[in-house]
Design a binder for this molecule. Structure first.
Ligand code: NAD
Length: 488
């Protein structure tokens, strides 16, 4: 098989933005590869003043796009899926390097990207409304219509899929889209998507990429031409975005963090349980919104589970995931590393026992095991977003449920037991948007609704059946042969 020509063209984004084509930015910023500390790319950086021209161009392009024959719109997404597939290795490696993951994580993002585009390709060809019962002589239809311009504010950890899970269905529903990726990952979270969709034939003006900071995000939320904001990020910033969107009476979807619980009952297979815990807590260095932040283990099996986890922590290789066979890569930057380290140290000060890890070299944080973690400790109460197993013990299933629900909200939960019925009985009582019986908490599929209660979000779900609801709105249409005669 011949290797395809590279798709990514750094000359396009060097000091440029993607907004009505590739155009020079007023500012530029280096993208630092977390594993090496070297400059991976230099891209344009948007300022707040770039938002209004983008939303105006997007508004101008949107109506023609929504009116385009559905099969032509569908074809754009099929071609985008093909491009992601054809350039799989190149793009997966870039995502790996930009986000500091291991290669399988970059490959996962690419596989999901292909799936998001395939699913979006089907949307223009689906029924988009219902015929309502009506009075004779009047046709009454409830139909889904595009919102107009959708703004996407996305985070650094899985930038390609967390951006594309909005971009693809929002475009497919007939909208234009403005992306504000995290400035640490502007290529995977924006320019890569722009290049793919441009090559796939998306009409000009429909998609804009404006990497920038909080000021650019706020300008997007405040812009009157933007009908909806889809935000994925921290609960703190999400609260702020929600307030701002509310002031502008704007639809907003908030996909936030939280502290997820993984419950291991006393009849669990010890090796499988330890493997699930390690995967759920340490995958992508714990920088996953669904990470198993609180690991609740029955006290009878806690010593055996702890021993297994400490052994794993001591042996798992940590390093550059783009060049080596490692299990954990670096954290995204020093700020994130210092935040993780401070939380670990504060929990230790509050009485938790540090059994493994708790140290770092540059951005490489060692897989960490904390035992004796309790409510009131920072790593129990808050999302750690680092490679930390927080072991909490319980005596009864009821106590496990109470501990699991002792949080401000969870996106995902898991229960592990040899008895599916018992695990399901526990799972049914957990307050989480996604519950997995006999699996850890990090589970996602391009077709499932994704969201959670409390600080995990504001009740919206992306994905699968949620997409039409998210990215279009109802319009009631009635049609009569002739206008009626009224009494006056
Ligand atoms: P963050 O909230 O700091 O940043 C997210 C995005 O918001 C970035 O693009 C950032 O530039 C932008 N931003 C920051 N401040 C802003 C402001 N005041 N106004 C407008 N935009 C602003 O998030 P983070 O810490 O970088 O990302 C990790 C968080 O994201 C974790 O809490 C994690 O749980 C959450 N997350 C949630 C999901 C989900 O689907 N629920 C998925 C991944 C990550």
């Amino acid at each position: 098989m011949t290797t395809p020509q590279p798709l990514l063209d750094p000359a396009l984004w060097r000091e440029h933005l993607y907004s009505s084509g590739w155009r020079a930015a007023s500012q530029a910023a280096d993208v630092i590869e977390p594993a090496t500390g070297t400059v991976l790319a230099c891209t344009g950086r948007a300022v707040a003043a770039d938002v209004a021209p983008a939303t105006q161009a997007a508004t101008a392009a949107q109506a023609a796009w929504a009116a385009m024959p559905p099969r032509e719109r569908a074809a754009v997404f099929l071609r985008a899926a093909q491009l992601f597939q054809q350039h799989f290795d190149e793009l997966a490696l870039f995502v790996t390097r930009e986000t500091g993951g291991i290669l399988p994580k970059g490959q996962h993002e690419l596989r999901e990207a292909v799936a998001f585009c395939q699913i979006a390709a089907a949307m223009p060809l689906q029924a988009q409304g219902q015929v309502l019962p009506s009075t004779p002589g009047r046709m009454s239809i409830a139909r889904r219509v595009p919102l107009g311009v959708v703004g996407v504010i996305s985070p650094f950890n899985f930038p390609l899929i967390l951006t594309l899970r909005v971009v693809a269905p929002a475009l497919a529903a007939g909208n234009a889209v403005i992306i504000k990726p995290d400035p640490r990952t502007p290529v995977s979270g924006g320019f890569m998507i722009a290049q793919v969709f441009e090559a796939a034939g998306l009409p000009a003006g429909l998609l804009h990429v404006l990497p920038g900071g909080a000021d650019v995000g706020q300008a997007l939320v405040s812009d009157p031409a933007v009908a909806m904001i889809s935000f994925t990020g921290s609960a703190g910033v999400g609260r702020h975005i929600g307030e701002l969107a509310g002031r502008h009476l704007k639809k907003v979807s908030l996909e936030l963090g939280g502290s997820n619980a993984l419950v291991v009952l006393d009849d669990a297979d010890l090796d499988l349980a330890a493997s699930n815990i390690a995967w759920g807590a340490w995958l992508h260095q714990g920088q996953i919104c669904m990470a198993s932040n609180r690991v609740l283990v029955h006290e009878d099996i806690a010593p055996a589970i702890t021993e297994r986890l400490v052994a794993k922590a001591q042996h798992l290789p940590v390093g550059d995931g783009a060049t080596g066979q490692v299990a954990l890569g670096p954290l995204i930057d020093e700020r994130q590393r210092d935040r993780v380290h401070a939380a670990v140290q504060a929990s230790v000060k509050a009485g938790a026992q540090l059994l493994a890890g708790g140290t770092y070299d540059r951005l490489f944080y060692k897989p960490t095991v904390l035992a004796g973690v309790k409510p009131g400790m920072p790593t129990f109460d808050d999302e750690t977003f680092g490679p930390v197993v927080n072991l909490v013990t319980f005596k009864t299933d009821a106590e496990a449920v109470a501990l699991a629900n002792d949080s401000h909200g969870g996106l995902s939960a898991g229960v592990i037991s040899r008895s599916v019925g018992r695990a399901l009985a526990v799972g049914n009582q957990l307050r989480a948007g996604m519950v997995h019986i006999n699996d850890q908490t990090v589970n996602d599929d391009a077709v499932n609704p994704f969201g959670g209660p409390g600080i995990a979000g504001n009740g919206n779900s992306h994905g699968g059946p949620g997409d039409w609801e998210q990215f279009s709105t109802w319009q009631w249409l009635t049609v009569k042969d002739t206008p009626p005669q009224f009494p006056f």
